[in-house]
Design a protein around this ligand. Sequence first.
Ligand SMILES: *[C@@H]1O[C@H](CO)[C@@H](O)[C@H](O)[C@H]1NC(C)=O
Ligand SMILES: *[C@@H]1O[C@H](CO)[C@@H](O)[C@H](O)[C@H]1NC(C)=O
Ligand SMILES: *[C@@H]1O[C@H](CO)[C@@H](O)[C@H](O)[C@H]1NC(C)=O
Ligand SMILES: *[C@@H]1O[C@H](CO)[C@@H](O)[C@H](O)[C@H]1NC(C)=O
Ligand SMILES: [Ca+2]
Length: 360
Amino acid sequence: MLTRKSPFSALWLLSFGLAVAARPADGSNPRKVIFDTDFNTIGDDGQCLAMAAQLHATKDIELLGLTIVAGNQYLPQEMSDALKAVERLGLENELGVYAGAAIPFLHDYTSFQQEKFLFGNATAYAAAYTNPPTEQLVAPPAGFATHTVPQKQHAVDFIIESVHRYPSQVTLLAIGPLTNIAMAIRKDPSIVPIIKEIVIMGGQIYAPGNAYLGAGETNWWFDPESARVVLRANITRKIIPLDVTNTVIITNDTYDRIADHKPSTAITSLFADIERWPYVYDTVALASIVGPSLDLDVRELYVDVSCDFNAQYGKGIVSVEDPYPGLNVETISSVVFQINNSRFFELYVDLLTRAVPVVL
Ligand SMILES: *[C@@H]1O[C@H](CO)[C@@H](O)[C@H](O)[C@H]1NC(C)=O
Ligand SMILES: *[C@@H]1O[C@H](CO)[C@@H](O)[C@H](O)[C@H]1NC(C)=O
Ligand SMILES: *[C@@H]1O[C@H](CO)[C@@H](O)[C@H](O)[C@H]1NC(C)=O
Ligand SMILES: *[C@@H]1O[C@H](CO)[C@@H](O)[C@H](O)[C@H]1NC(C)=O
Ligand SMILES: [Ca+2]
């Protein structure tokens, strides 16, 4: 199957505005989701969590926990922002925050210095590596979390344990570098066949990148080796690359519907203060798992990532045909190229303007 068009449920259309996403029609339990993130307060990861929290409250998904991975920021800052975020959302007793990988497999700050020396200074986003590693924390808006602490368990162990507890039921929503997931796969390969699905915001297929020199996408460039481990694991995989997120552009009108929403909430207030930015990256991955799907153009492709240490480090590699025919070593990915933008933004505005703390 090379191209797939997802059908839309008429019932879902009718119920739009009442319930954003239809519950599983067969009465089965909502999809269990581990939210793996390089968290920030109200950038795309923070927006995505606020949306996921509302879907959790309405039992459209069941969030199992938040696993944090270095990427946009260094891990301590992301943890601090995530602990505050669950308090802000009123989910601190519901949703654990697990610290994961602080450093990618190979691509650490030192290797980034080599990279710049060899290939040139960054002309695009360098995520946490824009600055040297630091333990210094910047307080999130309205201050640090007051009563929420990280879970004792490591994020990687939480992922492994959750997958074993709910075999073939856990979806990994991977919206940061893939370090935690790759570590979990390597630490306990027996999870691979019993992960329901991994939905990855990351990579670029035919579109240019947005990290470092503009070859790779940020999440994959930040830890290419982990991305490769995950792309080569035999897991049902959906990729939300820049090719689609570049086409999901927030207009001023949509932005204002959230920023000017009455009554304002802790989320709409934060949103009103952010620098306007046209892309909503990670939130597209979340929307993509809310059924029935918003996906309009999904293609089955063999996707890999360049781990050669050159100016293309972290760039996606695509083949339409199995690059190793007969060897049975590559597995196919479903890659999203287009979603229904108008429907997506209805969902986006709806979820970001609901009451906070979320009503469980
Ligand atoms: C790269 O940036 C550094 C520090 O900002 C600067 O000293 C250096 O000249 C730059 N290198 C190039 C090739 O532009
Ligand atoms: C969107 O809003 C920004 C800031 O308010 C403004 O600078 C920009 O011109 C607006 N864009 C459009 C297309 O109206
Ligand atoms: C991937 O796993 C499926 C079932 O879990 C199996 O049927 C298939 O042969 C595996 N593919 C590879 C390349 O190992
Ligand atoms: C996108 O969704 C809207 C409803 O929000 C619908 O009217 C439209 O037909 C959909 N477009 C496609 C191409 O499915
Ligand atoms: Ca992210």
